[in-house]
Design a protein around this ligand. Structure first.
Ligand code: 13P
Length: 254
């Protein structure tokens, strides 16, 4: 039985003070919700202060990115080593990084093992653009994105996949539950094909893209979907708490 996960990707939002205020406002309620892995992913600058607040609670933390080298002359980058012991998870290959910062499949293929070696669990993002979707190329794109960043060892270490169709991110146009379920089912088949059904059945695959407190139920009722990577709605304490609560209710009833 897979444990569902709700992760909040705060993206480039919240000053250092705002991050502390936000996590303090959601922690007491989040901490009480059983049966769901709860993760917040603040900006780098707030990781240490948010970690202090989360200490001893059931809420975990992720970073939004990392560089794959351990240390050296890479101005502005954050290494896996720096995140070890600070973060439980790290988001890798988010479409905004692919789109705005030139992250290629080759770069992502180096970041995933770097995270695993540093004992930080990757949340690897995949997903197609609107044009690719409309041209019926979703499966082809996913297969390409998956080609090498899907080593058996990564899954054994708990790697989480987040399917985030780019056309659904920040647009208010979420994929329907059925649509997301079908594609996530396809991703699970890809994993089964590569690594066998045991690995595929234990792999957690999240949906991301305009998830809100109003549509989380439809998403979480789908059998293939193990949780959500939430952007905008994770910046509002009430909405994020509600998303986690609804997930816990649906999962415990299943
Ligand atoms: P939104 O929930 O704001 O659409 O963002 C989704 C996302 O990109 C999470 O990583």
């Amino acid at each position: 039985m897979r444990v569902p996960m709700i992760a909040g990707n705060w993206k480039m939002n919240t000053t250092a003070d705002e991050a502390v205020t936000l996590v303090r406002s959601m922690l007491p309620e989040l901490d009480k919700i059983p049966g769901v892995d709860k993760v917040v992913c603040p900006p780098f600058i707030s990781l240490v202060s948010v970690k202090e607040i989360l200490r001893g609670s059931s809420v975990q933390m992720g970073a939004q990115n990392l560089y794959y080298e351990e240390k050296g002359a890479y101005t502005g980058e954050i290494s896996p080593l720096m995140l070890t012991g600070v973060c439980d998870y790290v988001i890798i290959g988010h479409s905004e990084r692919r789109q705005y910062f030139g992250e290629t499949i080759g770069i992502i293929d180096k970041k995933v093992p770097a995270a695993v070696n540093a004992k930080i669990t990757p949340i690897m993002c995949v997903g197609e653009t609107l044009e690719e979707n409309e041209a019926g190329k979703t499966k082809e794109v996913l297969m390409r994105q998956f080609a090498s960043a899907s080593d058996r060892v990564y899954f054994l270490s708990g790697m989480v996949i987040a399917y985030e169709p780019i056309w659904a991110i920040g647009t208010g146009r979420s994929a329907s539950g059925a649509q997301a379920n079908e594609t996530i089912g396809y991703i699970r088949k890809l994993i089964a094909h590569q690594h066998g059904s045991d690995i595929a059945e234990s792999a957690r695959i999240l949906y991301g893209g305009s998830v809100t407190a109003d549509n989380i139920t439809e998403i979480m009722e789908q059998p293939e979907i193990d949780g959500a990577l939430v952007g905008g709605a994770s910046l509002k304490a009430d909405a994020f708490i509600s998303i986690v609560k609804q997930t816990a209710e649906i999962w415990s009833a299943a």
